[in-house]
Design a protein around this ligand. Structure first.
Ligand code: AHM
Ligand code: MG
Length: 327
């Protein structure tokens, strides 16, 4: 019923927006809407904890490592707990996969959805009060409801996502998501405790002047990545790198730019995880008119072989990503 949908104005509360757009989804039964609400709710709790991180003793490393060998921060762990709890309660989710856990969490065999989440991305920024984010992808299960979930349900490609989004905990907190019908951004109004529509129908400029890459690693970049960086310099582009993917991506989405995490000598497949970081941001980028590739293929076409698989990642304004691919 596309024709009857009312375009909601800036300032519309997230709940109302989700409800208004529910029928865009082919399996509309309210379950996906509920999941988005659950994610929004958990993000408010995480936002509160991040905001008080400097005040109480929840900052700093917890001492354990996550499955890819990095040190976990206390807030990583807390965020993982908050999102897992929020997504477990309603019964819609059959399996949850998280950057912070080795294997998937088997939830409810009657649930229709699989969620992949990076509960707190860019967490090395926590101790220095710089932006961090949450990234999520939502998939329909492939196997029959009621059956135990299997590998097919878990290892889906980015093209199978039915929704994806991120939360940016920055100078203000924003939730940006897509269900495959464009991208909309909501800003958190802390005194009301509500996300309100602030960035309707977000589109990424076709080109821009910002390039975001950890250039400190450039000695180990391939000649083609070096050539693209030279092109950026020849064009007098501006380098901007926060070191928190959501924040770098969000800025480039609004202003036009490219984010690159290429293969390096240390990480032959780059650093970023296909299932927790790259797929969701690729879905959003494409929905906003941008592009995302590993240098050869669209990110969303890559068939994951394991949960914590990494991939080189080039994402952003379409013309800039195309130029990088040409290199
Ligand atoms: P994390 O998921 O362990 O936080 O790592 C992902 C982060 C991204 O947010 C960021 O863009 C990248 O790692 C920065 O890596 P580097 O410090 O190697 O440039
Ligand atoms: Mg991450």
């Amino acid at each position: 019923m596309e024709a009857s949908r009312i375009a909601l104005p800036i300032g519309t509360a997230l709940d109302r927006f989700i409800k208004n757009n529910q029928d865009q989804f082919q399996y509309a039964s309210g379950e996906l809407s509920q999941l988005l609400r659950d994610i929004a709710l958990a993000s408010k709790v995480v936002n509160r904890e991040i905001n008080k991180a400097g005040l109480i003793d929840i900052m700093g490393a917890i001492g354990s490592q996550n499955p890819t060998g990095e040190q976990q921060q206390k807030l990583d762990v807390l965020a993982n707990i908050r999102f897992t709890r929020a997504l477990s309660k309603g019964g819609e989710v059959c399996a949850l996969i998280s950057e912070e856990t080795e294997s998937f969490v088997d939830l409810n065999n009657d649930g229709n959805y699989v969620i992949a989440i990076d509960p707190l991305d860019g967490s090395s920024n926590i101790d220095v009060n710089v932006s961090v984010g949450t990234i999520f992808s939502i998939y329909r299960r492939k196997s029959e409801v009621g059956q135990p979930i299997n590998e097919q349900d878990i290892l889906q490609t980015g093209d199978d996502q039915v929704a994806a989004g991120y939360i940016l905990y920055g100078s203000s907190t924003m939730l940006v998501y897509t269900t495959g019908h464009g991208v909309n951004g909501f800003t958190y109004e802390p005194t009301l405790g509500e996300y309100v529509l602030s960035h309707p129908d977000m589109t990424m400029p076709a080109t821009g002047k910002i390039y975001s890459i950890n250039e400190g690693l450039s000695n180990s970049f391939s000649p083609s990545v070096k050539a693209y960086l030279q092109h950026c310099k020849d064009k007098n582009y501006t380098a901007r790198y926060i070191g928190a993917l959501v924040a770098d991506f969000h800025r480039n989405m609004l202003k036009g730019g490219i984010y690159i995490y290429p293969a390096t000598a240390k990480d032959a497949n780059g650093k970023l995880r296909l299932m927790y970081e790259c797929n969701a941001l690729s879905f959003i980028a494409e929905q906003a008119g941008g592009k995302a590739t590993d240098g050869i293929r669209r990110i969303m076409e890559i068939k994951p072989m394991n949960l914590h698989q990494r991939t080189p990642f080039y994402v952003g304004s379409a013309e800039m990503v195309e130029r990088a691919i040409k290199c």
